[in-house]
Design a protein around this ligand. Structure first.
Ligand code: SAH
Length: 227
C-alpha cells in the first residue's frame, strides 16, 4: 500500500497538473513519471529541519542558498523530456539530487553537473546510500554542459539561465528535448521546451511561468549571492 504522505503529494501534483492544463497542454502526466514520483523518498533528500514538509508540493531550502524544486515542477519537467528507458540524460543543477533520482528510474544513465562541490558530494553520498547506481556526478559550470559524455537524449536544467546555452544545444542529440527555465532572478522566468529535430534545427515552446534559483554564470556570482 502506498504511504499516506506520498499519496497526498501525488494527489496534489495531479490537481496542479489539471489546474495548469491550458499552459502545459495536457491534463495528466506520463504514467512512468508519476510512478517514479511515488518511488523516490523525498524526505531523504531534505535537511532535518524541514523533513516535516517533505511531502508538501512546494520547494524547500537545502542550504548554500539553494532549494529542492517543487514536486509538481519535477514531475512536469521529467514529463517534458519524453524519456525512454534506453535514454542517457544530462541534468544541470544536482542540488539535493531529488530530480536526479526521479530521472534515474526513467532512463539508463543520468549525468548530473553541480557548481557547488559540497552539494554534489552530499548528493553523491545519498545516491550510494539509497542504491541509485545509474547516476554519474560532476562538479562544474553547467553553462558548459558535460562534453565528455555527449551527445545526450535529453537535457534538463534545474536553475534559471539568462539564455539558452549554446553548449547544451550542441550536446543534445537530434530528436532530443532540452527543458530549461529562462529569465532573470526575481523577474519573470519561463519554462521552455527546446526540441531539436533530425536536421539539427531547434524549435522553442514556452510552457509556463516559473520561479527558480539562478543558474550561476561563474564562481564570482556565487560569492556575491551569499553576501
Ligand atoms: N534539482 C535540484 C534543484 C536544485 S536548485 C533539486 O531538486 O534539489 C539548482 C541547483 O543548481 C543548485 O544546487 C545550484 O547550486 C545549482 N547551480 C547553479 N548554477 C549552476 C551552474 N552554473 N552549474 C551547475 N549547477 C548550478
Amino acid at each position: 500500500m502506498m504511504n499516506k504522505n506520498i499519496q497526498r503529494l501525488i494527489n496534489d501534483i495531479e490537481s496542479e497538473v489539471r489546474y495548469t492544463r491550458h499552459f502545459i497542454g495536457k491534463d495528466k502526466l506520463d504514467d512512468r513519471v508519476m510512478d517514479a514520483m511515488t518511488k523516490v523518498p523525498r524526505e531523504q533528500f531534505v535537511p532535518d529541519n524541514v523533513k516535516a514538509y517533505a511531502f508538501d508540493n512546494g520547494p524547500l531550502p537545502i542550504g548554500h542558498g539553494q532549494t529542492i524544486s517543487q514536486p509538481y515542477i519535477v514531475a512536469l519537467m521529467s514529463d517534458l523530456l519524453a524519456i525512454k528507458p534506453e535514454h542517457r540524460i544530462l541534468e544541470i543543477g544536482t542540488g539535493s539530487g531529488y530530480q536526479t533520482a526521479v530521472l534515474s528510474l526513467l532512463c539508463t544513465q543520468v549525468y548530473s553537473v553541480e557548481l557547488i562541490s559540497a552539494l554534489s558530494e552530499s548528493a553523491t553520498k545519498r545516491f550510494k546510500k539509497l542504491n541509485y547506481a545509474n547516476i554519474s556526478t560532476h562538479v562544474g559550470n553547467g553553462y558548459q554542459g558535460w562534453p565528455e559524455h555527449a551527445p545526450y537524449d535529453g537535457i534538463i536544467v534545474t536553475a534559471a539561465a539568462t539564455h539558452i546555452p549554446q553548449a547544451l544545444i550542441e550536446q543534445l542529440k537530434p530528436g532530443g528535448h532540452l527543458v530549461i527555465p529562462v529569465g532573470m532572478p526575481s523577474f519573470h522566468q519561463e519554462l521552455m521546451l527546446v526540441k531539436k529535430d533530425m536536421a539539427g534545427e531547434t524549435e522553442i515552446q514556452n510552457i509556463l511561468g516559473v520561479a527558480f534559483v539562478p543558474l550561476i554564470e561563474d564562481q564570482m556570482d556565487y560569492s556575491q549571492l551569499l553576501h
